[in-house]
Design a protein around this ligand. Structure first.
Ligand code: 2AM
Length: 172
């Protein structure tokens, strides 16, 4: 990676109180818990980009409008292929679903390569998690108030990653 390049993604970042509740949701399970202030829901993952591309990403973001909503996080899941324990919504509000589709379309139109796999909204709670004995189960519902979204950068640090919000935009 060129020194000025950064690994970036668009995300929803829960406020500290909700992050604490999400952290507690993962606490009974064995794995490597994500630090509370690192918990987030990725909307689009870009990978390594240049400073000029970050500017372009910010321009694209400024042209989009995320509708304010409450996202109901009511599932816990485990992916054996990457040993991630996650929390997520059973259903995405229609406005958020439409927004993610618009965001992905705008990014692809600008030449950014996104994952071909279908978008799965999730918040990683633990990495290297032991199999909890379920793929998906119901969890006590938590509401994530969708009031803003951001562009964040991730930097490898020790065994994990450190995240930094580069810019954020309010929901409409
Ligand atoms: P994860 O937590 O499921 O690993 C920063 O790494 C964020 O981008 C994390 O939310 C991570 O999801 C996500 N991410 C990393 N690589 C990705 C990829 N190739 N496609 C989609 N999301 C990715």
């Amino acid at each position: 990676m060129k020194s000025e390049h950064q690994r970036v993604f668009f995300a929803l970042w829960p406020a500290p109180e909700l992050a604490g509740c999400l952290h507690a949701l993962g606490a009974p399970f064995s794995g490597r818990p994500m630090p509370e202030d690192s918990l987030h829901l990725t909307l689009a993952f870009l990978g390594e980009v240049s400073p000029a591309q970050i500017e372009l990403l910010c321009e694209i973001a400024a042209g989009l409008s995320l509708p304010r909503c409450g996202l109901r996080i009511d599932q816990l899941g485990y992916w054996p292929h990457n040993r991630i324990l996650w929390a997520g919504p059973g259903q995405l509000p229609e406005g958020l679903q439409r927004f993610v589709a618009e965001l992905h379309e705008a990014l692809r139109a600008a030449g950014f390569a996104l994952e071909a796999r279908a978008f799965r909204a999730h918040i990683t709670l633990q990495r290297k998690a032991e199999d909890p004995g379920f793929d998906i189960c119901e969890a006590p519902a938590l509401i994530l108030p969708v009031a803003s979204w951001c562009l964040a950068a991730s930097q490898a640090e020790g065994a994990g990653s450190r995240y930094r919000v580069l810019q954020s935009w309010p929901a409409a």
